[in-house]
Design a protein around this ligand. Structure first.
Ligand code: NAD
Ligand code: ZN
Length: 341
């Protein structure tokens, strides 16, 4: 079968011909229809320090996908061949304390599809049946293929109550923009998002942000004054991984503000702890998606009118994968979909 694999220890990704994956008794074989390129895939493509330490050479990568079930293991119940599915890319151990308590997103032994084991950029993918998530008929393949990052956005945005609150999102990458749309959908008042990339700020405006602020040109203090905000933001979602952005957020939160942190900062990033302590901020780190509460909420929000379709800006057939990675790397895109069918 065709796959995209990290064949060489240098920048790039390569089409490879691999044997069909083997399936265990509790596994499901999925024929992949569409995949999307994640920021993580760009780290692997660029072969940065993290990727060099993490990715086994030769491995098939990718973890954002939709497909249909091609075969099921003999112990699998509740799924059937032909069903349209996506899947949770975090494979959890099932025996640690958090797994046993039902907090699978907190598993200390998580393995990532396309990071620690063979990924979804392939004609066929095998994952445990418990990780498979059936997709209702009224949700398109395109949207189903981005449930993984949509789930990051949903997990983060739904961490704190936003009804009637003023929300600040730092980082208008695909995940930050989707979080802005979710914040509006669930009833936030002002949703202000920051970035330094005009293309992405424009996309955020299109998707419902009250204000999309280029912090290279405009300060948050000015924006808050214009919006008539006196005390500061109630909820912050850090989605840039940029230390400066995070510090700006801390400065502009109200006392008692809540912060959910998804963006991954460089090691050694320094923040002003006095902001945290004297304002009595509450901070929560976010990893992945809640299994499977986040997934159910994602479906429900789409079915109750959340429109995420503008975030998908590019579609390419799989043979043009190289172009897809270049577009994603340029910063002039939302989500880029690669079509395998
Ligand atoms: P992305 O890299 O596409 O988006 C980050 C955005 O931040 C970019 O648009 C960039 O221009 C912007 N940015 C840079 N400097 C900024 C500044 N000073 N102020 C405001 N914005 C600034 O990433 P993404 O795919 O949207 O993901 C968002 C973040 O979440 C990334 O850091 C990613 O690594 C992380 N992530 C974490 C998890 C998790 O489970 N914790 C999962 C997925 C992604
Ligand atoms: Zn576990």
């Amino acid at each position: 079968m065709k796959t995209l694999a990290k064949l060489h220890p240098e920048q790039g990704i390569w089409m490879d011909d691999k044997p069909m994956p083997e399936m265990g008794h509790n596994d499901v074989l999925i024929r992949v229809r569409k995949t999307a390129i994640c920021g993580t895939d760009m780290h692997i493509y660029n072969w940065d320090d993290w990727a060099q330490k993490t990715i086994p050479q030769g491995m098939t990568v990718g973890h954002e996908f939709v497909g249909e079930i091609a075969d099921i293991g003999i112990e699998v119940a509740g799924l059937k061949v032909g069903q349209r599915v996506s899947g949770e890319g975090h494979i959890t151990c099932g025996h640690c304390r958090n797994c046993r308590a039902g907090f699978r997103h907190l598993c200390r032994n998580t393995q990532g599809v396309g990071v620690n084991r063979a990924g979804a950029f392939a004609e066929y993918l095998v994952i445990p049946a418990v990780n498979v998530f059936p997709i209702p008929d009224d949700i398109s393949d395109d949207l189903a293929s981005i449930f993984d990052p949509y789930g990051n956005a949903a997990h983060t945005a739904l961490s704190f109550n936003m009804v009637g609150e003023d929300v600040l999102i730092t980082g208008a990458g695909p995940i930050g923009i989707m979080a802005a749309a979710i914040a509006r959908h669930v009833g936030a008042r002002h949703v202000v998002i920051t970035d330094v990339n005009e293309y992405r700020l424009e996309l955020a405006r299109k998707m419902g942000a009250t204000r999309a602020v280029n912090v290279a040109r405009e300060t948050l203090e000015e924006v808050m004054r214009e919006l008539g905000m006196v005390e500061g933001f109630d909820v912050g979602l850090e989605m840039s991984g940029n230390g400066q952005a995070f510090n700006q957020m801390l400065e502009n939160l109200n006392h008692g503000g809540k912060v959910a942190l998804l963006g991954i900062p460089a090691s050694g990033t320094v923040i002003d702890w006095n902001q945290v302590i004297f304002k009595g901020l509450v901070m929560k780190g976010i990893y992945g998606r809640e299994m499977f509460e986040t997934w159910y909420k994602m479906v429900s929000m789409l079915q109750s009118g959340l429109d995420l379709s503008p975030i998908i800006t590019h579609h390419l057939p799989i043979d043009q994968f190289q172009q897809g990675f270049e577009i994603m790397g340029s910063g002039q895109s939302g989500k880029v979909i690669l079509d395998w069918s």
